[in-house]
Design a protein around this ligand. Structure first.
Ligand SMILES: [Zn+2]
Length: 385
């Protein structure tokens, strides 16, 4: 069997569902695998069972560095799997299991690519690093922890997520304002004495199309337009009362170039227009529900993007840039000022879905892609960053 397929099977068989994560088991197994290949590694257990793995291969000559980064945690499995989600069953060149694509497939391919560099330290200059971080699927605590602790930051990062090996240089972010509409309570038998907050929420939502048109007027070349969706509604106190309070939570996806402040200001303008066109209501943003953070991008003419494109071209893979509609750890590296892209084997369609799987052929292409992109960057392709 191919090395990358075997390593992926070992990773999938370790249950790292988040919550609770327990990524340390996967980190220890992978550390042992890397150590057997002469690669220096360390584990940072930053909370019980929650751990980042760091590994590094230094060339004989100094130079730039590049980091392969992905995560060891996986999302819960849900029901109705054809194969046990932790069996990593291999049938007809396909490996089935939770994390096969997101993102243990990337991790296995990155580890094999790193081992290729370790076997030939005289064929490149600089350093190739690997981080397998915890908690990407929840709060990105692993990536944030790594960036707080690291002594010397990598010069560039490839984040492994299933993209069918398409190169992603931008992703959307999200913001989730909780809006409270206040009216006035009264007996339900005397509704004329009250101002019904649920009816107020309904009026506000009927003006959503106007706001959506403004929101979607913007478009980013790689990730498309921002979106706005009401996702939660909560109101009323008793079946015999006109409700004085109703809350609506919105999921607003941001594209690179949009700021959270500007988005909040846009919401406020919308709420002011609602207040002035209705009688007796106030509407305010009272909270921001947890979200995965802001959007980010690495510009298409950045030397790192050019080097990655050269690496993909060298092995006959498409070089067109695209973007992700969801967030990932790329945002943490970009927030720290480090150029980053996202690329990995496996289809984005199987992420978080039942019967997640990946082909061995895709994994093997992934190993070649990571090695080739890293070699181009370390060789100085793309120019000075
Ligand atoms: Zn992922």
């Amino acid at each position: 069997m191919s090395d990358v397929a075997e390593l992926l099977q070992r990773l999938v068989r370790i249950d790292t569902r988040n919550p609770p994560g327990n990524e340390i088991e996967a980190a220890r197994m992978l550390g042992g695998w890397l150590g057997d290949r002469g690669i220096a590694w360390s584990i940072d257990e930053f909370a019980p069972g929650r751990a980042n793995l760091f590994a590094e291969v230094r060339a004989t000559k100094p130079g730039r560095s590049i980091m392969f980064n992905t995560h060891t945690d996986v999302v819960p499995t849900g029901n109705d799997w054809t194969h046990d989600p932790f069996s990593a069953t291999l049938i007809d060149g396909v490996i089935w299991g939770r994390g096969a694509a997101d993102s243990k497939g990337s991790l296995a391919a990155m580890a094999i690519a790193l081992a290729r560099f370790a076997a030939r330290r005289d064929t490149f200059s600089g350093a190739v690093q690997l981080t397998a971080v915890a908690d990407e699927e929840a709060h990105s605590r692993g990536a944030k922890r790594f960036l707080e602790q690291v002594q010397q930051r990598p010069d560039a990062v490839i984040v492994g997520e299933p993209t069918d090996l398409r190169l992603m240089a931008a992703h959307k972010g999200s913001l989730r304002p909780v809006i409270e509409i206040i009216g006035r309570a009264s007996h339900a038998a005397l509704p004329q004495h009250g101002v019904n907050a649920i009816e107020g929420a309904s009026k506000l939502l009927s003006s959503l199309d106007g706001l959506r048109e403004k929101v979607q007027a913007k478009a980013h070349p790689l990730v498309g337009s921002p979106t706005i969706v009401p996702v939660l509604i909560q109101g009323g106190e008793a079946p015999n009362m006109v409700p004085n309070r109703c809350r609506v939570t919105f999921d607003r996806r941001l594209v690179p170039g949009e700021t959270e402040d500007a988005v909040i200001a846009q919401f406020k303008t919308w709420l002011e227009a609602f207040e002035s066109s209705t009688e007796g209501y106030t509407a305010r943003i009272v909270d921001l529900a947890p979200s995965t953070g802001g959007p980010s991008e690495t510009l298409p003419d950045h030397p790192f993007v050019i080097a990655c494109q050269a690496g993909l071209a060298e092995i006959g893979l498409p070089t067109a840039l695209s973007g992700l509609v969801v967030n990932c750890d790329m945002s943490s590296f970009r927030a720290a000022g480090i150029p980053a892209v996202v690329c990995g084997p496996g289809s984005p369609d199987v992420m978080h879905a039942r019967d997640e799987h990946i082909t061995v052929a895709a994994l093997e292409r992934g190993v070649d892609a990571y090695e080739s992109m890293a070699r181009q960057w370390l060789a100085g392709v793309g120019g000075v960053a």
